[in-house]
Design a protein around this ligand. Structure first.
Ligand SMILES: *Cc1c(COP(=O)(O)O)cnc(C)c1O
Length: 384
């Protein structure tokens, strides 16, 4: 393994003991409930597209699970992020504060609004946006005016903050919201990876003005492809539903649309899958917590740092994570494990290293780079 662990055989044995023989993926879906029955009900009802009872049922299941008033289902997490940013007021030419350590969808959604990301550092112990970095950035560059907070360097309006809960580990969301409130900046949570994670008994996604989940095939539960926006804001919820359904003015037969909008609504077939998956979420969470404990014991024995959330934060354990001593160790580990059929992966390239976002303002990203060189995700599927 790394210089500390040279025994990849024991890793393979341990992983096979949990996930069975053969190739071990990073995260595969589990369909162990009413999936087939609900899908069949959709097909028999003829309602397979975005009109259908399963869509609102799924929205309600997700919102009520998180303790939020409203849920709006979309065709994927990226479209949910796009719509959320538009609805909190992100316009062309604006800036959105986010973290450099994230999946491309976060920055793509900002770009779809013709806004630009400002890429800030993460905390080493949460892997999410650092409130310290946020506060320092705003103290230095935040120019508070009557019509918003502006960036002193670029002159652009800072229209939103988009923190992400990395691999299911909650970021310091309470501190982030408090800082943003001081500057009048709305917070949208990219909770795509963190359904079921919480901070002081409150679920991620429910702290900001709205929060976004993804139900892609690799997430903790799946709808095939899908997303949900949760919010307590009735106005935002109804606008979200409206602009994800082509801004069609309700009428029995006329096609009246009063703005350019999107066909982003989740189809009933996908929602049917989601309803069945939501019924299993508690079980998945329990099994994933047990798996994380097993990995923790395994790696701790080998003196390898198994990543755990900070006190008061509970992770859904979406992707289990280890932090090795150096990039060299990380690369060796990735090579050796993938060679023996155990899928492991590094963190995403920092957004600031991708051609599209190279010219974005950053704050140096010291911790992001340190983490990027050392972090590895290990197999995390719900065990059978
Ligand atoms: C999965 C994910 C999304 C949304 O992705 P979709 O594939 O569009 O559902 C957004 N942000 C992060 C951090 C994600 O991991």
């Amino acid at each position: 393994m790394s210089s500390k662990v040279t025994d990849y055989k024991s890793f393979k044995e341990f992983a096979s003991g949990i996930f069975g023989d053969g190739f071990i993926p990073l995260h595969r879906p589990v369909f162990g409930g009413n999936e087939k029955q609900y899908l069949a009900e959709c097909i028999e009802s003829n309602f397979v597209s975005s009109v259908g009872v399963k869509v609102s049922e799924f929205e309600n299941l997700v919102a009520s699970f998180c303790g939020s008033k409203y849920g709006i289902a979309t065709m994927n997490g990226t479209s949910a992020l796009h719509v959320s940013l538009l609805l909190v007021g992100v316009n062309s030419g604006d800036e959105v504060l986010t973290q450099a350590t994230t999946f491309i969808a976060t920055c793509n959604a900002i770009s779809y609004c013709q806004a630009s990301p400002v890429l800030l550092d993460i905390d080493e112990d949460t892997l999410g946006l650092s409130p310290y970095s946020l506060k320092s950035f705003l103290a230095e560059f935040g120019d508070v005016r009557s019509n918003g907070t502006f960036n002193r360097i670029t002159g652009r309006r800072i229209a939103a903050c988009l923190p992400m809960h990395t691999f299911g580990n909650p970021c310091r969301i309470l501190e982030i919201v408090e800082i943003c409130n001081e500057y009048g900046i709305p917070v949208v949570e990219d909770a795509a990876e963190s359904l079921g994670s919480y901070v002081n008994s409150k679920y991620t996604g429910s702290f900001g003005k709205c929060g976004v989940f993804s139900f892609n095939g690799n997430k903790i539960i799946t709808t095939g492809g899908g997303g949900v926006i949760i919010t307590d804001d009735a106005e935002l919820a109804s606008r979200a539903k409206y602009i994800t359904t082509t801004a069609k003015v309700p009428h029995s037969w006329e096609f009246v649309h009063d703005q350019i909008a999107y066909n982003y609504r989740m189809p009933n077939l996908n929602a049917a899958l989601g309803c069945a998956q939501m019924e299993q979420l508690d079980t998945f969470l329990t099994k994933k917590a047990e798996l994380a404990d097993q990995w923790d014991i395994f790696f701790t024995k080998k003196k390898i740092n198994f990543f755990r959330p900070i006190d008061g934060n509970i992770s859904n354990n979406w992707l289990n994570t280890i932090v090795l001593d150096s990039k060299k160790e990380r690369d060796e580990f990735l090579k050796n494990t993938n060679e023996i059929g155990i899928m492991t992966r590094p963190a995403w390239m920092l957004m600031s290293d991708l051609v599209m976002f190279q010219s974005c303002q950053t704050d140096g990203l010291k911790t992001s780079r340190w983490v990027q060189d050392r972090l590895v995700n290990i197999p995390s599927s719900v065990p059978d």
